[in-house]
Design a protein around this ligand. Structure first.
Ligand code: ATR
Length: 273
């Protein structure tokens, strides 16, 4: 049986094995997919073991904190992985080479534009955070041709460094205190909500047309989405759809079939309730 896995640290609460198992049964693909806790200094060894020593090792999902290392190990990278500087999908192709892709930005954009019908063209977009989660999604967002993309971060220099990767594009960097004017879409890519924290945001960035999107998700509405709705936002979306859509894109890469995501998303929501 073809073997797949997610590697991360921590990884115990990953929904990826469940999601890929649902995709496999839906598309009648025979495969095994499990979660592997990899020591922070043991990624290279784990990769080697999975692809070389284990029979049937076909593909991997890569999560925190190994996406940058996965990028380095990939012998061939897709253009979008190259731009993201991070890889969340690995596979061995017929030529025996290790390929790397990044489906995170695709997942975010597809969840927004297809599942929620939020059009990004000509809009004013704010993205909060400047870590790995944000870096991986900037280029796919810019491909949707927003009028403006502002990156706001606690450490402004990190936002500036990200903005500099897109010369000639309408991207700028600011600190939270310097945010002004309304935005059509505000995406939270900080890890603040993990601790129940909220960046210090001025109320004026939200109006009745604003859509809030938190890359995080949970049983309860996230702190950021709660804040957005309290400021009168039109809609607040959590990151569960992004998770399922980035996984579906991986599944398509590995197996050549695209699973239906909405039924899987519905199932996950029911389980979480
Ligand atoms: P990830 O790979 O999940 O993006 P990361 O690279 O550690 O993780 O980045 C975490 C992001 O959340 C950063 O933008 C961080 O801001 P700094 O660059 O200033 O550290 C942001 N962040 C984390 N906790 C935060 C908090 N309490 N308030 C605001 N921003 C926070």
């Amino acid at each position: 049986v073809d073997l797949y896995a997610v590697m991360g640290n921590p990884v115990a609460h990953s929904k990826s094995p469940y999601i890929h198992a649902l995709f496999a049964s839906q598309t009648e693909q025979r495969l095994h997919y499990n979660a592997r806790l990899v020591p922070v200094d043991g990624f290279a060894e784990a990769l080697n073991h999975f692809f070389k020593e284990e029979r049937g090792g076909h593909g991997l999902s890569i999560t925190v904190p190994f996406k940058e290392q996965a990028w380095e190990h990939a012998q061939h990278r897709t253009p979008r992985a190259e731009k993201a500087g991070a890889v969340n999908t690995l596979w061995i192709s017929n030529d025996g080479m290790l390929y790397g892709d990044n489906t995170d930005g695709f997942g975010l954009v597809r969840d927004l534009t297809v599942n929620h019908q939020v059009d990004l063209e000509n809009t004013r977009i704010l993205i909060l955070g400047a870590g790995g989660a944000v870096r991986g999604v900037l280029d796919p967002i810019l491909e949707q041709k927003p009028a403006e993309l502002v990156i706001a971060n606690r450490t402004v220099s990190k936002a500036e460094a990200l903005a500099e990767r897109f010369p000639g594009q309408p991207v700028s960097a600011v600190g939270f205190a310097d945010l002004s004017g309304r935005f059509d879409l505000i995406i939270n890519g900080t890890s603040a909500s993990l601790k129940g924290d909220l960046p210090p945001l001025p109320a004026e960035i939200v109006d009745q047309q604003t859509v809030c999107y938190d890359m995080m998700y949970g049983k309860e509405i996230t702190v950021f989405n709660q804040w957005g709705l309290a400021q009168g936002a039109r809609k607040a979306i959590d990151g569960l759809g992004m998770l399922v859509e980035q996984a579906a894109e991986q599944f398509q890469i590995w197996r050549g079939v695209r699973p239906d995501t909405l039924t899987v998303l519905q199932r996950l929501r029911e389980d979480m309730a």
